[in-house]
Design a binder for this molecule. Structure first.
Ligand code: TRP
Length: 328
């Protein structure tokens, strides 16, 4: 069976952008692929090293988000990055043959460095997070990596590292392929390019109905529409882009009615609310089941155990390929 590895930084709750970018693919593909989901706690420290106290709560939240969208813990291994020592070991080996320049010129690193104000003063760990992410992906020799559009350049680093390792030493790794969601990037409620926690424009998977209703009602639509029957411009409307992402069956009809001025923004938002409720209601029910005391811990411990076993196998191959298996 081919393998999937993907995951999230535990920096807070996951939102609809994560859902369309990656979670939806994880859930859909879990039956066809042997699946590993990393909760990348070490990677979180690449930006939040001064606030580790948030990790326990954020780790639990991200685990619950993954479980409540429908990942089956009997099938999928959800694990903690910091508890798989082979990932740290591979990170060190990979860091020997990747150049600083390649990392510095990576588009995702550049964008995120700007966002965090790190351009002039970047830590070694932040610059190197794509190397550690390559270890997250390659420790289990994954074939496919479902991610949002912004992560594709980071997956490119993993592909380079796999290729280079295989050329330098011995063929150990598949070249992992990034897999974008059908909607690679979801706009935020404010109409900004991207739904993102730091922009405060998100609908979270764990939001209550009432909060979602309020968020949708105050979202930006087409500013040219003042009266309900003014003709609208769905191509610039945030809510319409959500119809395309979550309500594809009706979206053609909504588009026509918006242009004709026969559906108003309020009506269109109300319909979106119903669509999101239909999506999130089962998510809420599953969450309640997984919130039972001890359950998340048990799932993460067993996922981590499976990850360590796979990591052990990969490190054996890597050490042999690199001639550092001295006493075998
Ligand atoms: N960098 C990813 C993000 O910010 C999270 C992540 C960590 C990841 N390790 C991974 C994603 C491995 C895919 C594969 O969303």
């Amino acid at each position: 069976m081919k393998r999937i590895l993907t995951g999230d930084r535990p920096t807070g709750p996951l939102h609809l952008g994560h859902y369309v970018g990656s979670l939806e693919n994880r859930v859909r593909l879990q039956h066809e692929y042997d699946t590993f989901i990393v909760i990348a706690d070490v990677q979180t420290l690449s930006t939040n090293f001064d606030h580790p106290e948030h990790l326990p709560e954020d780790v639990r939240h991200v685990a619950l988000d993954n479980l409540s969208v429908g990942l089956d813990p009997d099938r999928v291994n959800i694990f903690l990055q910091s508890m798989v020592p082979q990932i740290a070991e591979l990170t060190v080996f990979f860091s020997m043959f990747i150049t600083v320049n390649r990392l510095r010129h990576n588009p995702t690193i550049k964008t995120e460095a700007k966002q965090h104000g790190f351009e002039e003063n970047m830590t070694y760990g932040f610059l190197g997070y794509p190397v550690s992410q390559a270890a997250d992906i390659l420790f289990c020799r994954a074939d496919v990596v479902p991610v949002g559009e912004d992560q594709l350049p980071v997956v490119e680093v993993s592909r380079f590292i796999a290729r280079r390792f295989n050329e330098l030493y011995e063929r150990v790794f598949p070249e992992p392929e990034g897999l974008e969601g059908e909607i690679p990037r979801l706009v935020g409620l404010d109409g900004k390019t991207k739904m993102s926690k730091s922009l405060g424009n998100c609908i979270y998977l764990s939001d209550k109905s009432e909060d979602i209703r309020k968020k949708l009602m105050s979202a930006v639509t087409d500013p040219a529409r003042i009266h309900k029957d003014d003709p609208g411009h769905p191509e610039i409307c945030t809510i319409f882009s959500y119809h395309k992402a979550f309500n594809s069956i009706e979206s053609k009809d909504i588009e026509e009615r918006c242009r004709a001025g026969t559906i108003g923004c309020v009506g269109c938002k109300k319909r979106m609310f119903e669509v999101l409720e239909a999506l999130l209601e089962p998510v809420r029910e599953r969450r309640i089941r997984f919130e039972k005391p001890g359950m998340v811990k048990e799932i993460l411990l067993s996922g981590t155990e499976a990850a360590r076993i796979e990591g052990g196998k990969t490190v054996d191959l890597v050490r042999k390929a690199m001639h550092i298996n001295y006493f075998d």
